[in-house]
Design a binder for this molecule. Structure first.
Ligand code: ARG
Length: 592
């Protein structure tokens, strides 16, 4: 068996050969066909619906195409039955013995059969990326949790991942901030909660720019000094960055998040004039009212062109401003320079950005212009909707860092209450440690288990439920399996269940083994679609099937051999759940 192929890959390769043999002259079948788990158990184990998509090109009925492909496919010992069904599906049922063997091999593999599809490939993940001197808002938190899961998933698949925290550390707000800081900073407050203090200063100084033209002029002068490299202003700016980072780092430590790079926008500052020059030279940008703008080159239909917009039924240019009339460069300019710098340094095949939905237009424009400038990497914007949080947690100032920490504190406190109930005999120190893993895990999982693009409301009851699609439910399942294995070890010391083969006495055992074969496919799909919820769904389904198994099949009281098979199966399930949760950034304590 080829270690680099999952069961899905093997079935797909086998059926693809059948399609090609049946229709050798057709270019449509050359690319191969996909196979996926069946939506319903009654249909078998895997399904292929490629015949439907080929009907038009091949000028044949889908059901006939499916029949012909099956007739032309080579005999496959892993497959017990493969038959055409419905309007043109092919339903596949695996052979029990081969299924058991594949599940055992997967269980013996430290990577649970996950191919290293990313070997030799580099991607850059741009996530979290909060703004200096401003509180992290809920969008940054979601970006951190989702981005980190994508980071872990890709690394596990063998990719070289460069996680870059692209801090917003440059821009016009710093003139206002520096001036304000000189006049009304409270040193003590700046020490204890720098971000709150900086925000207070910013708001006050900004208000004054509106009524006091001299103040505004002074703020602009501070910015120019900063940008020219004035020592004093540089030092202040550096202090803002350092204080903010220290506060952000506290959050990252609690969430178990680490970056390879923390380069802010300022890192790319020196490249901006050159970028502007090139945009003009290539005829991509031109001056308009003193600003440097990129307009559409009319290469695209308007509806697909991010440099056009429709307003009141009329099409209008929506230029991307690269440099403002006062000479300051915009967010888009930095992002374009960042792409160039990243390509020169790392030659990534893809750059993935994780932000909230409000930046969709920005990235469509930046990607569009970057491609015209010759960017080679695939540029992907993973956006998510905003999550509603419990009343109170974020009420006054949305997403305040301090309040986020309070949200995490509350999660741990609530989890502690649960742990005290489920494990009253556990030493208090361990209870707290478990509560930390459960509380943080619950908050993360509530985010990761949703389709990123749907609007979700966070509730404590759902996040911390011991039943239902939650982190504690999955963590609890892992802990329960661990205790089954402990009991087995106590009753049968020195015996290795792995020395016995897997066998299926009950249908649920077979179903569980089949589910395990799907682990690598779920991991790969979650990474490829940039949707951690694909893996979360898989884990939840696995835990539910395990729970059925646990309720219907006796483990320790089963006869010798069957008992070992069941304990062995339990062990693989536990590893799949733990590995899967780890890929979502969620810990699994041995006991709960
Ligand atoms: N700092 C930005 C914000 O808070 C997010 C940056 C996302 N990354 C990027 N390369 N633009 O909105």
């Amino acid at each position: 068996m080829n270690k680099n192929l999952t069961m899905e890959d093997r079935l797909s390769a086998w059926l693809s050969a059948g399609f090609r043999a049946a229709f050798p002259e057709s270019p449509e079948t050359a690319a191969g066909v996909a196979v996926a788990p069946t939506p319903q158990e009654a249909f078998g184990d895997y399904q292929c619906n490629a015949a439907m998509g080929l009907a038009r090109a091949l000028r044949k009925r889908p059901a006939d195409i499916a029949r012909a492909a099956l007739a032309a496919a080579a005999p496959n010992p892993e497959v017990a039955r493969a038959e055409p069904a419905g309007p043109g599906f092919i339903n596949i049922t695996l052979d029990d013995e081969h299924l058991a063997r594949a599940a055992m091999e997967l269980g013996d593999d430290p990577r649970l059969g996950t191919p290293r599809v990313g070997e030799g490939r580099t991607i850059i993940l741009d996530y979290s990326s909060p703004n200096v001197a401003k509180p992290m808002h809920i969008g940054h938190i979601r970006s951190t949790v989702i981005g980190n899961a994508l980071d872990r998933l890709h690394r596990f698949l063998g990719y070289r991942v460069i996680a870059d925290n692209h801090l917003g550390d440059w821009g016009t707000q710093f003139g206002i901030l520096i001036l304000g800081f000189r006049h009304f900073a409270d040193a003590a407050a700046y020490e204890t909660s720098p971000i709150e203090e900086l925000e207070r200063i910013y708001v006050r100084s900004y208000e004054r720019t509106k009524s006091d033209p001299d103040w505004l002029a002074a703020a602009r002068a501070e910015l120019v000094k900063l940008q020219r490299g004035d020592e004093e202003n540089r030092a202040l700016w550096r202090s803002f960055v350092e204080h903010s980072l220290r506060e952000f780092d506290r959050i990252y430590a609690r969430l178990g998040v680490r970056f390879d790079l923390t380069r802010g926008e300022s890192w790319y500052n020196d490249r901006l004039p050159e970028l502007a020059r090139r945009l003009m030279e290539r005829g991509l940008a031109r001056e308009s009212d003193g600003a440097l703008c990129v307009f559409s080159d009319d290469a695209l239909p308007r509806a697909e062109d991010p440099l056009w917009k429709q307003e009141d039924g009329e099409w209008k240019p929506a230029p991307c401003i690269v440099r403002k009339s006062d000479g300051g460069f915009n967010y888009a300019a930095t992002d374009l320079a960042t792409i160039e710098s990243r390509e020169e340094e790392f030659a990534p095949e893809a750059i993935i950005y994780v932000t909230d939905e409000r930046q969709q237009l920005h990235f469509r424009q930046v990607f569009h212009i970057a491609r015209r400038l010759g960017a080679r990497a695939r540029l992907i914007h993973v956006w998510f909707g905003l999550m509603r949080l419990p009343e109170g947690a974020f009420s006054t100032r949305q997403g305040n860092v301090i309040k986020l920490e309070r949200l995490l504190d509350e999660a741990e406190a609530r989890a502690l209450a649960i742990v005290r109930e489920t494990s009253p005999e556990m030493p208090p120190e361990q209870q707290r440690e478990v509560a930390r893993a459960v509380g943080i895990g619950a908050v993360k999982y509530a985010d990761l288990s949703q389709n990123p693009q749907s609007l979700v409301t966070f509730t404590w009851d759902k996040a911390l439920a011991l039943e239902g699609n939650s982190a504690p439910y999955l963590q609890y399942a892992c802990a329960r399996i661990a205790s089954v294995r402990d009991k087995y070890a106590a009753l049968f010391p020195g015996r290795r269940p792995e020395d016995w083969p897997l066998r299926f006495a009950e249908p649920v055992e077979r179903r569980l083994a089949l589910q395990l074969l799907r682990f690598p496919d779920a991991v790969r799909r979650a990474a490829q679609q940039c949707r951690p919820n694909v893996l979360a769904d898989y884990l939840y389904e696995t835990a539910q099937i395990y729970s059925r198994f646990y309720q219907t099949a006796p483990f320790l009281k089963a006869e010798e051999g069957l008992r070992e098979s069941r304990i062995r199966l339990c062990g693989i399930v536990r590893r799949a759940l733990r590995q899967g949760l780890d890929l979502l950034g969620i810990e699994t304590p041995d006991r709960i």
